[in-house]
Design a protein around this ligand. Structure first.
Ligand code: NAD
Length: 363
């Protein structure tokens, strides 16, 4: 099969759908790979790294889309890219169709077979192609929160780990899933005193078993949450209610109870945010202040560490990519019901109930 990887054109997107190593693996499986010139540059992979593993580097996205049997990307195809998709072609990337009727209609009209990273599942019902980005955002959260806490950025001027004789920062993580666990581990590793709050007792048990020596856990009742938020130097929002907007856990009224210059890092901002005063920000202008409390609410945190994010995403997508290329999409999906969950569009038909419901299109 001919696998094609165009350069990402969505603003602020520096990741790439195929690393040189993944390209090399596909070639070792007997496939051919074409990559648009400069596709890997944002993640630190020059064209020569692709050539070195036997991939062909071509000048334009047009050539990639015209020739490839399977297109592998990161972000949903933009309008100009969608015009280049064609019948019978496989598209493997993040799509997020439910809030995007224009993209959905274009994919249906193109005749493409589109498999979305975000709806591929695993044996436990988790989302293996979203998890790596949650891990990245989780590990990044205390790092950006620590920077936000610095005086020059409007913060309290508290050092995460303290120093001998001076107490470390007090960090509260709300939501103990993928993001929250990684955030808590990094914050604890920086020397902060960390408490993770979650509504799920089963999850709290798992966290306590695995990380008792690194951080504490707490049941996310309204009372305990309010008490811990009031005493925190940093609060990291990491809740997720699948398919729903994030619940507003820290209200504006609660800000008045907090220490001036404390930092709120709302990782859940891509689901609307779990602090009432959150609004999405960008890497160029990531923080703002409300009632003396500093907010960091960047909606695409993994973009700040594009190289790590590309490598992490590539590790997760590679087995599925190889299955699709080795067997063709139909056999690969027949053999793997979890990959089949990723199928969103085929030959002019929508194949995801959730997307159909959201957009009122027959499935
Ligand atoms: P997850 O499902 O692994 O974990 C969510 C946790 O929140 C679960 O343990 C759940 O029990 C808990 N929870 C739900 N409601 C709660 C409540 N009211 N109080 C306390 N805990 C509650 O999800 P995840 O992968 O960790 O993702 C968390 C959020 O981070 C999501 O909104 C995700 O989209 C977002 N995210 C953002 C970025 C970014 O760049 N900003 C990147 C990756 C993920």
């Amino acid at each position: 099969m001919l696998i094609g990887c165009p350069r990402e054109i969505k603003p602020q997107e520096y990741r790439v759908g195929l690393t040189p190593r993944a390209a090399g693996e596909a070639i070792a499986h007997g496939h051919s790979v074409i990559v648009e010139a400069g596709a890997g540059a944002g993640s630190g992979f020059p064209d020569d790294d692709y050539r070195a593993v036997g991939a062909e580097v071509v000048a334009t996205a047009g050539e990639v889309f015209a020739r490839a049997d399977l297109i592998v990307k990161v972000k949903e195809p933009q309008a100009v890219e969608r015009k280049m998709l064609r019948e019978g072609q496989i598209l493997f990337t993040y799509l997020h169709l439910a809030p995007d009727p224009a993209q959905t209609q274009d994919l249906l009209a193109s005749g493409v077979t589109a498999i979305a990273y975000e709806t591929v599942t695993d044996r436990d019902g988790r989302l293996p192609l979203l998890a790596p980005m949650s891990e990245v955002a989780g590990k990044l959260a205390p790092q950006v929160g620590a920077w936000t806490l610095q005086k020059a950025n409007g913060g309290r001027g508290v050092l995460m780990g303290g120093v001998p004789g001076v107490r470390p920062a007090n960090v509260v993580v709300i939501g103990g899933g993928v993001v929250g666990t990684q955030a808590a581990r990094v914050a604890a590793g920086m020397g902060a005193e960390v408490t993770v709050l979650d509504m799920s007792l089963a999850r709290l048990r798992q966290l306590d078993d695995a990380f008792r020596t690194e951080f504490r856990t707490g049941f996310a009742s309204a009372g305990l949450t309010a008490e811990l938020v009031a005493g925190a130097d940093m609060v990291i929002g990491a809740v997720l209610v699948p398919g729903a907007a994030a619940p507003k856990i820290v209200t504006r009224a609660m800000l008045a109870t907090m220490k001036p210059g404390a930092a709120l890092v709302d990782v859940a901002i891509d689901q609307g945010g779990c602090f009432e005063t959150s609004r999405p920000t960008t890497h160029e202008d990531p923080i703002y202040e409300v009632d003396g409390i500093m907010h960091y609410c960047v909606a695409n945190m993994p973009g700040a560490v594009a190289r790590t994010s590309t490598l992490a995403l590539g590790n997760a997508t590679l087995p599925f990519l190889l299955a699709l290329a080795d067997k063709g999409w139909r056999q690969a999906c027949e053999d793997d019901p979890y990959l089949l969950e990723g199928l969103n569009v085929h030959a002019g038909h929508l194949t995801q109930y959730a997307v159909g419901e959201a957009l009122e299109i027959d499935v």
